[in-house]
Design a protein around this ligand. Structure first.
Ligand code: 3HC
Length: 301
């Protein structure tokens, strides 16, 4: 069945090569998923060789895990590893039909990335953004072909979370949207078409409850208590573990976007801002014991 609002699937263009801008965790997870489900070459780009090596290394490690679990054969593992490569220049995207960016959540940075990509790809190549909350229409404003820009928003962990938010900007055309839905289907995700509204749907809802949990801590509830206050709901993760998974900087950015759009409904926690300014990746240490410095920040210390 065609998802609500999706255009006729006969309009979808074939995707034979994918470009991924950024080689961070989200981008690397996407690269593996594209290679595994579309079985096409996937090129990652980033600013320096170290980041690229880390991204490709992550893909290889995950392929090793899939092989270890018996989910793929050793032939498939070798094929997957060969399909995902890194390149320092976007020239490697010249023959790509679908390029997705997962770089820092900054409108100017994303616009710059797409300007560079647009200079090398064909006019039909779909430009997709994994933005968590920025406006598609604003992102496409200076593109030569804004009709091929579409939102393609994954959830962490990309390999596991079933949902994909597909966002239509003011200029996005039907062929681009149909291609995005076809790719979502090949990736075995459940795609939903959402409006180009601040933080779209999922992050707006998520920020409602995460914002309240963080506010409770800001207002004096001990972090350890707030962390377990939702245990009765049977959620798969505690709020601060989820914050760690998503990354505090992304969570803060979403909250700021929503605050700007709806100041009477969404606040921005000062402690969250301090946590991000302190460069903390979350409230836990790598061994999942609470990080005393992060706890001190949240406790107003
Ligand atoms: N990468 C790949 N696979 C992963 C993974 C990762 N980072 N983390 C877990 N998995 C896989 C495991 O390998 C395992 O697969 P298997 O069944 O094939 O062996 C499966 O997921 C279950 O993992 P575990 O048994 O280790 O652990 P859990 O059962 O506790 O599940 C979880 C882990 C799936 C992360 C679960 O805790 C969960 O669903 N958490 C909620 C995540 C969530 O809410 N995400 C949305 C965040 S919002 C967002 O991303 C939007 C952004 O814009 C902010």
């Amino acid at each position: 069945k065609r998802p609500a609002g999706a255009p006729d699937r006969s309009l979808a263009r074939k995707v034979t090569k994918v470009g991924v801008v950024g080689a961070g965790l989200m981008a690397s997870q996407m690269a593996l998923l594209f290679a595994r489900r579309l079985e096409v070459p996937v090129v990652l780009t980033d600013l320096d060789q170290a980041r690229l090596d880390k991204g490709v290394g992550y893909v290889h490690a995950e392929v090793g895990k899939l092989l270890g679990k018996g989910r793929i054969s050793s032939d498939q593992a070798n094929r997957l590893k060969a399909l995902v490569t890194g390149s320092l220049t976007k020239d490697a995207f010249a023959d790509a039909d679908f390029v997705i960016e997962a770089v820092f959540e900054d409108l100017a940075v994303k616009k710059q990335v797409f300007a560079e990509v647009e200079a090398v790809v064909s006019a039909e190549c779909v430009l997709a953004t994994n933005t968590s909350s920025l406006s598609l229409t604003a992102m496409g404003a200076d593109l030569e072909h804004p009709e091929r820009l579409v939102g393609f928003h994954f959830f962490n962990p990309v390999a596991v979370m079933p949902l994909l938010e597909i966002i239509r900007g003011a200029a996005t055309d039907d062929a681009t949207l149909a291609t995005a839905f076809a790719v979502g289907k090949s990736l075995k995700k459940s795609s939903v078409l959402v409006k180009d509204a601040p933080a779209f749907v999922v992050n707006r809802l998520l920020t409602c409850f995460m914002g309240e949990v963080v506010s409770a801590v800001d207002e004096g509830t001990p972090l350890e208590v707030a962390e377990h206050a939702l245990d009765g709901l049977g959620l798969p993760m505690t709020p601060f573990a989820l914050l760690q998974l998503v990354g505090p900087a992304v969570g803060l950015h979403v909250a700021e976007t929503l605050h700007e759009a709806f100041p009477d409904r969404f606040g921005v926690s000062e402690n969250m801002a301090k946590l991000v300014a302190a460069g903390k990746p979350g409230v836990y240490r790598p061994d999942f014991t609470l990080d005393p410095e992060a706890v001190a920040i949240f406790s107003g210390g």
